[in-house]
Design a protein around this ligand. Structure first.
Ligand code: NAI
Length: 326
């Protein structure tokens, strides 16, 4: 298991004892430099920022690896064509806890709107001034949810309970949301109507840089943008310009376009060489968490359970319901 953190060890160790699988936990990210560590393993268990490109898959196959067990729902980081060519089977965890991600999305919206991190810092510093901490009522605001699959549908429901007017864009309509009062609109029509936009679509060719200079220009001035989907849904450079001009009023991110070389590590002693990310950190109206929306006890338990069940299927040569193909 690559990119294995203490919480991964804990959740997998608790469950693997009663299985036929033996895990070797490696803290390093999977890259061409670390792929050789998989020598002697039948399967590699990888997370979102592990490198599963052509070059790495070729190395893994040469080391004898037959299976890739993703601890994630998203598989945009896997070269599926190469995996198929090399006979590597790929399995994933399609839904470990949509609640975890949806609830974190709401936490970000509330926290950036009401300036909670800044307020907490001030109070700790015994600065009890409220200057600059004005937020807005969520009640009555129009929120656009882009992508109403498992996570987006929950985000829409939670926002509905905040008495927001929820509109959605997704080629697949969720009848339960329509029944609740959510209105589906064409993506093109969503931008100008929203006070808040939540990105919950997967990263595909068609969704890459969905938020860009021209779509931002079509938004209401001062819109709040929230991304808990995938970093490249957003053209970050365009977002920085829009924050500077005030076109985007606030921004909350759990994912970042270039997060692969940043997130999941303690970089507090390093010189930050990503100027775009460094600029984002200077805005008082930007809140960033480092891809932690999934991180709940329930989600970790589900990831371990489903991954072990996936490995059971692969080891037994059974078809796996969570197989991913090109
Ligand atoms: P899902 O597959 O259930 O739903 C995705 C929805 O997006 C589908 O309804 C699909 O029709 C829609 N969609 C596809 N293309 C679209 C487009 N061009 N415009 C609007 N909608 C479009 O996936 P789920 O479980 O809801 O997850 C969504 C994404 O959230 C994942 O792909 C992943 O990237 C991200 N995620 C982030 C996590 C985090 O920790 N920040 C954890 C888990 C997932």
């Amino acid at each position: 298991m690559f990119s294995a953190r203490t919480y991964d060890r804990a959740s997998f160790s608790a469950r693997s004892a009663s299985s036929d699988h033996r895990f070797r936990f490696v803290e390093a990210r999977l890259t061409t430099d670390t792929a050789a560590l998989a020598e002697g393993s039948q399967a590699v268990c990888a997370f979102v920022n592990d490198d599963l490109s052509d070059a790495v898959l070729v190395q893994l196959a040469a080391a004898g690896v037959r299976h890739l067990a993703l601890r994630s729902a998203g598989y945009n980081h896997v070269d599926l064509d190469t995996a198929a060519r090399l006979g590597l089977s790929v399995v994933r965890v399609p839904a470990y806890s949509p609640n975890a991600v949806a609830e974190h999305t709401i936490a970000l919206i509330l926290a950036v709107n009401r300036h909670i991190p800044r307020a907490h810092d001030r109070v700790r510093d015994r600065n009890f001034s409220l200057e600059g901490l004005v937020g807005f009522d969520l009640s009555g605001k129009t929120v656009g949810v882009i992508g109403t699959g498992k996570i987006g549908a929950l985000v829409a429901r939670l926002l509905w309970h905040f008495r927001c007017n929820v509109i959605a864009a997704d080629p697949v309509v969720d009848p339960g949301l329509v029944e609740l009062g959510v209105t589906y609109v064409a993506l093109d029509d969503l931008w100008p109507r929203c006070d808040i936009i939540s990105l919950n679509a997967p990263l595909l060719d068609s969704t890459h840089h969905l938020v860009n200079a021209s779509t931002i220009a079509r938004c209401k001035r001062g819109v709040m943008m929230v991304n808990t989907g995938r970093g490249p849904l957003v053209d970050t450079a365009a977002v920085v310009e829009a924050l500077k001009s005030g076109q985007i009023g606030s921004l909350a991110l759990d994912v970042y376009e270039e997060e692969r070389t940043l997130f999941f590590e303690d970089r507090s002693s390093d010189i930050l060489d990503d100027d775009v990310f460094a600029r984002l950190l200077t805005f008082p109206n930007v809140l960033i968490t480092a891809h932690q929306a999934f991180l709940t006890e329930e989600a970790l338990a589900a990831i371990a359970e489903v991954t072990i069940a996936n490995l059971d299927d692969l080891a037994a040569g059974r078809p796996c319901a969570n197989a991913v193909t090109a």
